[in-house]
Structure formats: structure tokens, C-alpha cells
Design a protein around this ligand. Structure first.
Ligand SMILES: Nc1ncnc2c1ncn2[C@@H]1O[C@H](COP(=O)(O)OP(=O)(O)OP(=O)(O)O)[C@@H](O)[C@H]1O
Length: 254
């Protein structure tokens, strides 16, 4: 199996102190690693550092063997198409003033210099695969549900056949049944494309469904566990009531 991502000794400090220190892992094609931990432990910051959206304090990120912080502009643009991120709030990921067709076709129009209508034609199989009716793309983002928008986001992202996807709590704003549909869809798309994935969540059950390995973040460290070990480790947390859970999370962060 080929290594898509190699993260070595990644550290990040903001003015008020270390967010994480010396995080290292590799990620292969088709594999998913989770980033799990309580609010504020640095999951999103680590995701952004890996994509090059945030400067590192120390360490390196190799994507398909290339150091993402040592690329020229052209190399960076090519690489960006292969590294995509999906966020928690699909409604803010789209331009509210433009019909969805514009936002969904935009990456392909940009990278392949086509026109929206031609690009749309080539995207029809993908639009059907995510369970959307193409007519929906004539609407504005504010006219669609969260689930529909996250499906449209899958089309936008997978139109570029990314090799790496960072999903930052992509379903936490959706209700339970829609959440399950979107997670299944993401798994299917990932399998079809052998996409390497970093899945960020503070939901242990989602972690167990989506991930092969899980990086548990606490006190600035990220301990990588395999899925079985994580399942055993997390078991006491799953049976706790809310007050106990809060206490446990405090212990994780203290
Ligand atoms: N640009 C920034 N400048 C200063 N501090 C920041 C910045 N971005 C994030 N932080 C701080 O870094 C810490 C980690 O934030 P981050 O959003 O990565 O956590 P998280 O684990 O993803 O949290 P959540 O689960 O709530 O989204 C927080 O204390 C946050 O306030």
C-alpha cells in the first residue's frame, strides 16, 4: 500500500502556548485515521496544518513524497486539487448568492478551465451517485437542507478525485438519520476512489464506524491507537451519563 501522507513531529504553538507537540503518523491510500478529543484540543488546527492552511511551528508534512511547505505556486495549485477538506457547516461552505451549480462545478472549471454547463454534464454520474436530483443545482444554498448541501459538497470534492480528504465534523450538524446516510456515502466514495482520509470528530461512535486508526488528542499529544484498542479504551466513556462524561473529558484535558 502506498503512503499518501507522512506527518513528522508536527508541533503548533499559538501565543498562549502549545496546541500539540511532535505529532507523527503516516496514512495510506484508502485508509482513514480519526482525530478524536474534547473541544479545543487542537483537532481542527492539526487538520489545517496538514493541508498547509496554517503555518507549522515545527515538523514536516509530506504529501505523496512532497513537502507541502516547500512548493512553488504551480506545484501548490496542482497539489491543492488532490487535498480537499469538508467542514462542519455545509451552509457556509457555499456562496449564498450563487446557485449551487456554480459552487459545485467551480473546482473543475478552475482546474480544467471548462464551462459550468460542460463540467456539469461530466458530473452527472457523480450527482446521481450521491443521491441528488440534478435539478436541485438550480437552487440557492439557503433553499436546501443540511443533508442535501453536504451531498452537494461530496460532488464538489469528489469531482477532483482527491487523494486526501480531511473531514472536520462533517455530520455533526445533521440529524441522526441524515448523519448515517452521509457517513455511508462518504465511506462508499472513499472506497471507490481509494481516498486517504483524516476524520475529525468528538463522537466515539462515529470514530469507530469511520476509522481504521484513531489519534486521541489530549494534553498536546496525539496517541495513535488501532480501532480495536480504541473501542476497548473508549468503552467506559460510552456508558457514562452526561455529568460523568463532562468529568471524564475534564480529566482528558487536565
Ligand atoms: N488562529 C488562532 N489563534 C489563536 N488561537 C487559536 C487559533 N485557532 C485555534 N486556536 C486555539 O487553539 C485551540 C485548539 O483549537 P481547535 O479549533 O483546533 O480545537 P478543536 O479540537 O478542533 O475544537 P472543537 O472540537 O471545538 O472544534 C483552542 O484553544 C483555540 O482557541
Amino acid at each position: 500500500m502506498s503512503s499518501v501522507l507522512q506527518v513528522t513531529n508536527l508541533s503548533k504553538t499559538f501565543g498562549h502556548g502549545d496546541i500539540f507537540r511532535d505529532v507523527s503518523f503516516t496514512l495510506n491510500a484508502g485508509e482513514t485515521i480519526g482525530l478524536f478529543g474534547p473541544s479545543g484540543c487542537g483537532k481542527s488546527t492539526l487538520g489545517r496544518c496538514i493541508l498547509g492552511l496554517e503555518k507549522l511551528t515545527k515538523g514536516s508534512v509530506l504529501f505523496e513524497g512532497k513537502d507541502i511547505f516547500r512548493l512553488d505556486r504551480k506545484e501548490r495549485s496542482c497539489l491543492q486539487a488532490k487535498m480537499q477538506m469538508v467542514f462542519q457547516h455545509p451552509e457556509v461552505s457555499f456562496d449564498p448568492r450563487r446557485r449551487l451549480i456554480y459552487s459545485v462545478t467551480e473546482p473543475l472549471v478552475y482546474h480544467e478551465k471548462g464551462e459550468s454547463e460542460d463540467v456539469l454534464h461530466s458530473l452527472l454520474p457523480l450527482i446521481h451517485a450521491v443521491g441528488l436530483h440534478p435539478g436541485i443545482l438550480d437552487k440557492y444554498p439557503g433553499q436546501l437542507s443540511g443533508g442535501e448541501l453536504q451531498r452537494a459538497m461530496m460532488v464538489r470534492i469528489y469531482s477532483l478525485s482527491p487523494h486526501l480528504l480531511i473531514a472536520d465534523e462533517p455530520t455533526s450538524m445533521l440529524d441522526m438519520s441524515v448523519q448515517a446516510q452521509i457517513l455511508n456515502l462518504m465511506k462508499e466514495m472513499q472506497k471507490k476512489n481509494s481516498t486517504a482520509c483524516i476524520f475529525i470528530s468528538h463522537d466515539p461512535e462515529v470514530m469507530q464506524v469511520m476509522c481504521d486508526r484513531i489519534g486521541v488528542m489530549s494534553e498536546g499529544k496525539c496517541e495513535i491507537m488501532n480501532k480495536n484498542y480504541f473501542s476497548e479504551w473508549i468503552q467506559p466513556l460510552l456508558v457514562m451519563d452526561t455529568m460523568e462524561k463532562d468529568h471524564y473529558e475534564c480529566l482528558l484535558t487536565s
